[in-house]
Design a protein around this ligand. Structure first.
Ligand SMILES: Nc1ncnc2c1ncn2[C@@H]1O[C@H](COP(=O)(O)OP(=O)(O)OP(=O)(O)O)[C@@H](O)[C@H]1O
Length: 254
């Protein structure tokens, strides 16, 4: 079976500065991959290349079988992107905006995937039923993030990109969001690539974790595999200890 994301030898250079060096990885259908790494590691650059928003310097990239540099509208309709807060359309109401944005996906509905997501079901899925008739500018920060997620999934994407999805969520919203991600991955077989600085979140949600540092992949595996790799003395490490050991080892080496 073909991978949903297939990246080989990806390089990115801004001016004379290389920010991605020979990055190679795959993500399979229905898999949740958490991309971790310190600020400036190259996470956003990688994701923007996969989304087709940024041209790469070199390497082979396929997303849903297509080179993102040449992705058309039908390809784009199969992607969901949760950006860092939707600031436009403040006067629109929540349900109204979701129905409007969803209408662009009707043309891409198929026998297997009914697009878009019904707006009432969607507001319920992200916990905004009580705010469905409210203007967007009146939403709290956490409610806006829930709306961002709803906007990202309104087209029932095959592949969903989540960039620090729960930043600003209260614990209940976070819990509900984690349930939703699990449901998308397990019931709808949505493939998910998320970036987060929250290691608990990565451990809860991800089937596999990839640690990027200085534009290189330092580690790629399940939590169990990664924690065992650093536990040379046989003692079990937490994901946090494991993460720090990869990131600090890289600092010494670089
Ligand atoms: N448009 C650009 N022009 C030049 N350099 C850039 C540009 N965008 C990003 N960079 C540089 O590329 C490197 C990787 O940045 P990127 O935003 O991909 O990191 P990140 O891992 O997403 O970081 P964060 O966790 O802070 O979001 C950084 O050194 C950054 O300064």
């Amino acid at each position: 079976m073909n991978a949903v994301i297939d990246v080989e030898g990806l390089r990115m250079r801004y001016g004379s500065y290389d920010v991605l060096h020979d990055v190679t990885f795959q993500v399979q259908k229905g898999e949740v991959l958490a991309l971790l790494g310190p600020n400036g590691a190259g996470k956003s650059t990688t994701i923007e290349i996969l989304e087709g928003f940024r041209m790469r310097s070199a390497g082979r990239v396929e997303v849903l079988g297509v080179d993102p540099a040449h992705g058309d509208e039908a390809w784009r309709a199969r992607l969901g992107i949760v950006l860092q807060s939707w600031r436009d359309h403040g006067k629109w109401r929540v349900r109204e905006l979701l129905a409007h944005l969803g209408s662009f996906y009707t043309a891409y509905s198929s026998d297997t995937v009914r697009r878009p997501w019904d707006p009432d079901e969607l507001v319920a899925a992200v916990g905004l039923t009580r705010q469905a008739g409210q203007k967007i500018m009146r939403l709290s920060g956490g409610q806006r993030r829930r709306l961002d997620v709803a906007i990202g999934i309104v087209g029932r994407p095959d592949l969903l990109f989540l960039d620090e999805p729960t930043a600003g969520f209260d614990p209940e919203a976070r819990y509900d969001f984690h349930e939703l991600v699990r449901e998308l991955a397990t019931i709808q077989a949505t493939t998910i690539l998320l970036t987060t600085h929250d290691l608990d979140e990565a451990e809860k949600l991800a089937d596999r974790i990839m640690i990027l540092k200085g534009g290189r992949i330092m580690a790629n595996g399940t939590v169990d595999e990664l924690t065992r790799q650093v536990a040379a003395d046989g003692e079990r490490r937490t994901l946090e200890e494991t993460y720090l050991s990869w990131v600090r080892a890289a600092e010494v080496a670089s």
